[in-house]
Ligand binder design. Structure first.
Ligand code: SF4
Length: 467
């Protein structure tokens, strides 16, 4: 995993207020409204959220057994299973399958795990041709960019920017009409689909009881990727498993509603092994690559629950920090609240220790999460980890240590409150402090701070009770 040269704060400073951040803000607000509308008309949404939480936690508790069963069933259906410990191994496995099957031209449908393991640069540097076929990912690839949102990779781009890009890279007439842009991409990709040797997809869910792979899209490109070429390679994070079809059905219902407010995604694609002799089409070979890449470490830790995530994106859309900064601020493929837990979990605290601090801890992410994942408490656990590893700036370490000493001693605390009141009188005007010096200046850059009251609430209560 490549690390970014600047910090989250550095990236955020560059992004806030840019047209890119404004496009993200508009996009996530729209997603949010769609989620609210979709949930409001679904009377059993709350009960379904409880059910899906139970399903996902059951999967995590029984992951070893379910993965064994899933692998047996994939093989039974005629597919092949490969286990990859890390990104390197996963990339090597995919490249070897492509070599063994004489495949050079590859089409891909959207897969976050392929972004995570940086599959495209790996394959392209070894002479394979790789084309992304999800519209957003196709645009990202043409622009030599990276996705900014887990369900909407080009949320940061406007239609006009995409029109210019298409004109420059595909030699078509410039347009900002979304329907025309869609058609341009379709026309361009159709021939590439038909000429492809292999298709690579992600996996939204693996169903253990039948060894089936489920992918959901709104464009139908995953269906073409997994059926048109001779070879299908499915990349699956090892936590994407459910035991039964009824579990998959329940999960897909809340996934679509939480992501875009839809009843279901437009295409739900199910692959169970390669084509049979009487099938009119389908791949001759199906390979499932089950990827760990740090997930076992998360599973054995106090943030294991984050693996229950179904990648709906709702926590990104509601997060006030994500709305201002956008996905690129996080410097990694998984952004927003879920990414601030997943990324340090998968890749370690260095250099990702800052991400758990990219949150106001307002709790909105937990409130909207269809799996009710307790993201804020996990962010706090990661902050504790960062502090215990000595990663915080010296002034904050010293400041918190002094605060702890003072706040836990009633005599020192009473004296500190008096001093704070007196000192604040030197810098306040009309009961407000306009500029706080030192590390606190960021707070007063955009807002005033109220001067501390002469009498604290607890003193007031004591006086009142005494009276
Ligand atoms: S953590 Fe919850 S809200 Fe966020 S992407 Fe995952 S399932 Fe959706």
């Amino acid at each position: 995993m490549s690390s970014q040269p600047v910090t989250f704060l550095g990236r955020a400073r560059e992004l806030i207020g840019t047209p890119e951040a404004a496009a993200v803000d508009r996009g996530v607000r729209r997603f949010n409204e769609m989620r609210l509308a979709g949930s409001a008309e679904y009377a059993v949404m709350e009960a379904m959220r409880d059910r899906v939480r139970a399903i996902r936690l059951h999967s995590l508790r029984n992951l070893d057994k379910l993965l064994d069963r899933f692998a047996d069933q994939v093989i039974e259906a005629g597919g092949r299973v490969h286990f990859a410990r890390d990104a390197d191994e996963a990339n090597q496995i995919v490249a070897q399958i492509l070599r063994d099957t004489g495949s050079r031209r590859v089409v891909k449908s959207k897969s976050m795990v392929s972004e995570e393991i940086e599959l495209n640069p790996y394959l392209i540097s070894r002479g394979f041709s790789v084309t992304e076929t999800d519209l957003g990912e196709f645009i990202v690839q043409l622009a030599d960019d990276v996705p900014s949102h887990i369900i909407a990779p080009v949320l940061h781009k406007t239609a006009a920017q995409i029109g210019k890009l298409f004109a420059r890279k595909l030699g078509v007439e410039e347009t900002a009409d979304p329907t025309k842009l869609n058609q341009i991409a379709r026309d361009h990709l159709r021939e590439i689909f038909l000429a492809a040797d292999a298709g690579i997809s992600g996996v939204n869910l693996g169903v253990a009881e039948t060894g089936s792979i489920v992918t959901v899209t709104n464009e139908g490109n995953a269906r073409l990727c997994t059926t048109a070429p001779r070879v299908h390679i499915a990349l699956m994070g090892m936590e994407r498993i459910v035991a039964r079809w009824e579990d998959a059905a329940a999960t897909l219902e809340v996934l679509a509603r939480s992501a875009t407010g839809q009843h279901l995604s437009v295409y739900t694609n199910v692959v169970t092994g390669p084509r049979r002799s009487d099938d009119p089409d389908g791949p001759e070979q199906v390979h499932v690559v089950i990827i760990d890449n740090g997930r076992s470490d998360i599973l054995g830790s106090d943030i294991a629950e984050i693996l229950a995530c179904i990648r709906c994106g709702a926590c990104l859309n509601i997060c006030p920090v994500f709305r201002e900064v956008g996905g690129h601020g996080y410097g990694t493929v998984y952004s927003g609240p879920v990414g601030s837990v997943v990324t340090p979990g998968l890749h370690g605290m260095n250099p990702w220790w800052e991400l758990p601090y990219a949150s106001t801890l307002c709790g909105a992410c937990e409130e909207v999460c269809p799996v009710r994942i307790q993201i804020p408490s996990m962010l706090l656990k990661l902050r504790e980890r960062a502090a215990s590893e000595g990663r915080l700036p010296g002034w904050l370490e010293k400041g918190m240590s002094r605060y702890r000493t003072t706040a836990t001693d009633p005599v020192k605390w009473a004296s500190a409150k008096k001093w704070l009141y007196r000192l604040s009188g030197l810098v306040s005007m009309g009961g407000y402090i306009r500029r706080v010096p030192g590390p606190g200046r960021g707070w007063t850059r955009f807002r005033d701070l109220r001067r501390p009251a002469k009498q604290s609430f607890s003193d007031w209560m004591r006086d009142r009770d005494g009276a």
